[in-house]
Design a protein around this ligand. Structure first.
Ligand SMILES: *[C@@H]1O[C@H](CO)[C@@H](O)[C@H](O)[C@H]1NC(C)=O
Length: 201
């Protein structure tokens, strides 16, 4: 009895100290308006705190990356999925979509807004950055990232080859035509065979 009281007091104490960091995604931290990036773009949470990504107008996603490659998601990393919010909603409208991420330790975590496609412009977010791995260098790394359209270019090349083979299907309509012609001949023969004798009666 006493133990359960103690543990429930401890539980409520730890949850009282845990903090929600609400991070505006698609909100410009310099102007407080809808815009590029994260507001705030850098935080220092403790273990047990929660990052609450809150999404503004447009298509946005918070995707975990790495300090060295800010604009590339990491395998098994956090990904909020694409959140779409109508342009008519005010910057701090109530009920904006939120995705929560529990912080388990004070290791640095790195994120970018993949859906907005502005990572190289600095749409990145630092959690527990250090002196060496600072938010400023993270932004620099983002600016120096390879062009993000590169993968989609190769995608369109991939989709280009089916187009070429579709062009190779060009003769197909011709064979359809000859099939059609053959069908008309058959139909004509049926007409001659079935209806013509009927006229003769
Ligand atoms: C912290 O742990 C929870 C539960 O295991 C997990 O869902 C979450 O992704 C972890 N947070 C980070 C930042 O990895």
């Amino acid at each position: 009895m006493k133990l359960s009281v103690v543990s429930s007091v401890l539980l409520s104490a730890s949850s009282a100290f845990a903090f929600d960091y609400v991070i505006g995604v698609g909100k410009d931290e310099r102007t407080g308006r809808k815009g590029m990036g994260f507001d705030p773009s850098s935080i220092h949470p403790s273990a047990g705190d929660t990052i609450v990504f809150e999404f503004r107008s447009g298509d946005h996603s918070a995707v975990q990356s790495s300090f060295a490659s800010p604009c590339a998601g990491i395998d098994g990393g956090f990904n909020s999925g694409v959140q779409t919010v109508g342009d008519d909603l005010e910057v701090d409208a109530p009920g904006l979509p939120q995705i929560r991420l529990l912080v388990n330790d004070t290791q640095p975590l790195w994120f970018f807004d993949e859906a907005a496609g502005l990572c190289r412009d600095g749409a990145v977010f630092s959690v527990n950055p250090t002196q060496e791995q600072s938010p400023g260098v993270f932004v620099e790394n983002a600016k120096n990232s390879p062009e993000t359209p590169a993968p989609s270019d190769s995608d369109s090349e991939d989709s280009g080859s089916p187009d070429e083979s579709a062009g190779g299907d060009g003769p197909a309509p011709t064979s359809d035509d000859s099939e059609g012609a053959a069908l008309r001949v058959v139909a004509g023969m049926i007409w001659l065979g079935v209806l013509a004798p009927a006229f003769m009666l």
